[in-house]
Ligand binder design. Structure first.
Ligand SMILES: C[S@@+](CC[C@H](N)C(=O)[O-])C[C@H]1O[C@@H](n2cnc3c(N)ncnc32)[C@H](O)[C@@H]1O
Length: 309
């Protein structure tokens, strides 16, 4: 994820500071940061510009990406029943973010473990789990998808919201898929939600180009805009912007996310090499998509049900 720092502003209730951050009332100088890097007050701490990223601000991520996941959970549990030869009791969620699935799967009796590469997300997810009172069934760890492996093995795994895209190279993806194959029981399933490249990038379906969210006095406007496909290097470039108000404090930043640009043929090859079989594919309405149909991003993000062979 790359930030365009020169355009990042994070301000404290100062409209003027949006256009001239040298006037920002939250910025601190070398005396507070220990060097010449300007720091901005975010929530209760001072962060340097390069630290102001979506995944370093889990409170704002959690508000912006909050959603009713009961439909998704129903879909996942139906898949567990249909495609696993045993009763699924334990679930693994790589790149679990602030933990929306960690606090919701336990309501249906499942044990779930998540992990994430962002220490702040992990900290926030721990608080979320404690607040939800499900520490007996949910836990979260710090870890990198490229290398993280588990023993004892899990019955099933999920990776929603195209998070697998944060691994860009075939090498990293293969390493992750092999680690997942080793961390799942034979016959266990891994449900991966990703969107393939569209024939035309203008057809990209985003969460909503711009959307608004609000919780406990914090108002957020977010925009997720894929703007370039680098087909040769298989990279999707996305411009992400967030601005809002947190109990009077105004903030705004933007950054570039680089994600894997998926083509179905690549996904088939890598999953097969790692020891998975694509059992079936579902669309966002949880309807079956024929595996031999032409799959491009025009179909929207799809759920691939992988069986660990
Ligand atoms: C879209 S968010 C999380 C989505 C979460 N599953 C949800 O449904 O809200 C993507 C997450 O991937 C994490 N991430 C990115 N690269 C990672 C890696 N190599 N290993 C583990 N987590 C990673 C980020 O820190 C971020 O929390």
């Amino acid at each position: 994820m790359k930030k365009t720092c020169s355009e990042t502003t994070l301000t404290n209730n100062s409209a003027q500071a949006h256009t001239d951050k040298t006037e920002s009332t939250t910025s601190s100088d070398s005396s507070e940061t220990g060097n010449n890097n300007r720091a901005y007050q975010v929530l209760d701490e001072f962060l340097k510009e390069e630290e102001i990223t979506l995944y370093n601000l889990p409170k704002y991520y959690d508000i912006a990406f909050s959603r009713d996941v009961s439909g998704e959970i129903k879909f996942y549990t139906n898949c567990f029943r249909k495609y696993c030869s045993f009763d699924v009791k334990t679930i693994l969620e790589p790149a679990c973010g602030s933990g929306i699935f960690l606090i919701n799967f336990p309501k249906y009796g499942y044990h779930i473990t998540g992990y994430d590469i962002s220490p702040k997300m992990v900290e926030y997810a721990i608080e979320n789990i404690e607040k939800a009172g499900c520490s007996d069934k949910a836990k979260v760890l710090l870890g990198d998808m490229v290398t993280m492996k588990f023993n004892p093995k899990f019955d099933a795994a999920i990776i929603p919201l195209s998070s697998l895209g944060y691994l860009q190279s075939d090498k990293e993806i293969l390493s992750h898929l092999r680690a997942m194959s080793e961390s799942l029981r034979k016959g266990g399933i891994y449900i991966v939600e990703i969107a393939c490249a569209c024939d035309d990038i203008n057809n990209e379906k985003t969460p909503d180009e711009t959307w608004f969210a609000e919780r406990d006095g914090t108002k957020i406007e977010a925009r997720w805009r894929p703007y370039h496909y680098d087909k040769e290097n298989r990279i999707r470039h996305v411009d992400f912007r967030m601005k809002g108000q947190d109990n009077g404090r105004v903030f705004e930043f933007h950054e570039e996310h680089k994600l894997r640009l998926w083509f179905y043929e690549d996904f088939k090859k890598l999953t097969r090499e790692a020891g998975f079989r694509i059992e079936t594919i579902y669309n966002q309405e949880f309807q079956l998509v024929p595996k031999d149909s032409r799959i491009t991003g025009e179909t929207g993000a799809l759920y691939y049900v992988l069986v660990n062979e």
